[in-house]
Design a protein around this ligand. Sequence first.
Ligand code: NAD
Length: 486
Amino acid sequence: MVAELKTLITFFGATGDLAKRLLYPSVFNLYKKGYLQEHFAIVGTARQDITDAEYQDMVRQSVSEGQDKEQVEAFLAHFSYEASDVTDAAGYASLKEEIEKASAKFGVKGNRIFYMSVAPRFFGTIAQFLKSEGLLADEGYNRIMIEKPFGTSYKTAEELQNQLTSAFSEDQVYRIDHFLGKEMVMNIAPLRFGNPMLNSAWNKDYIKNVQVTLAETLGVEERAGYYDQAGALLDMIQNHTMQIIGWLAMEEPKDFSDVAIREAKNQAFSSLEIYDEAGVNRYFVRGQYGAGKQEGHVAYTNEPDVPKDSKTNTYIAGELHFNTPRWEGVPFYIRSGKRMTKKTTRIDVVFKAGAFKFGGQQEPQETVLTIVVSPDEKITMSLNAKEVADNFSTQTVNLGWAPTAEQKAETPAPYERMIHDCLDGNASNFADWHGVATAWKFTDALSDVYAADKAPLEIYESDTMGPEAADKLLAQNGDAWVYRGE
Ligand code: NAD
């Protein structure tokens, strides 16, 4: 049996889509696994005026499919609800009362998590009211889980950060980026630091370049209102891509604690080169999907609710530089786009080719460590080996591992993992303010150039791997994308 984690979680936005679809099932899984037993309470709050029973009924609908009825009912007994408008200080008094009542009823003794499942404009306001209205516990811990996005620019992120830090210290803030809760992203650390062979080669002497691809096949769908403001740059690059890069580029942490991990990532982020206008044009490509051959795949500007003259990037490719001795001269290539050939998130670490010649025309090949994050999950390493033939020639062979279907079924979903880690006080897989701030400074430099329309907009055919300019970007360094949509 696992050790019980005593806690009281307050869900702001308790009646919303995220809570119903992902948060309650995650908490129920933690209950079934025994992390939550007797000493836990869940208080939901949102604007709707509903009773405890109606709230429990809503949660029942989220969690009960195919589950043991008795267990579901025992779980639901820990749930209560208090309506409040988060922008109004007055509502916090009754919420405080409810939290204290539930805490006493289930013997939680402090240990409060406040989960912000509300619109981002409320994150800072709620944090400040939690402190000013006395909702923070005097004993145990207080932690705040923040949904994304964390700001819309460096300036707005800094404002939010200032609001948060007036009530919480950095070690109490758990900024969610669900990519950090993905199994294969969490595999970067054991691969790097658990294998001295890879760890000692994780630098400019052996690595030629690093590639991170987040490709989507979908177009903008019904999200034009949001997406036309954000583009691929804010939707996928500023957050998920940069957080993955953090694990790849970080220095070696002195131990595997969350503090040391975040410190090692911050060392890397501090050395990230922020580009000026010339740099943005030299090292980045912005693209937008045009029509494709598949039925219904219209150009981005012909999508419903998208302005006909929109210059929003639906594709970004670029090259990052970390100015540290470890990474001198090693490009980190990133790309993300909509309407690409295949949906995939993957990392390709390209190692330099050896100099040894086997004779004839044979060129030594680069070897590649590939981590496929989703939707498949897979780790492969290509190696040079002998071809099965009479004469002596070499070929590239792949060593590979993928989790079994059973293992995948057992893998906790990112939200379950993140709530568990927050209960456990482990912030390794959450975004640190310094990394978020650096990512904003980096993407702001691009946003400024794009807003002023001082970079070409490359139109690419839908259902391809993006504009040719992205291939040229790598070719000018003698590199090529490993993944070409096969
Ligand atoms: P939603 O619109 O479905 O729910 C919002 C919730 O906030 C509702 O419970 C609503 O009653 C409550 N609310 C609104 N105004 C309020 C006020 N003034 N006072 C008190 N409560 C108020 O939103 P959602 O999709 O559940 O998203 C919640 C957060 O999660 C957002 O920050 C979003 O960016 C993030 N997020 C959502 C998803 C998702 O799949 N839904 C995925 C990733 C991140």
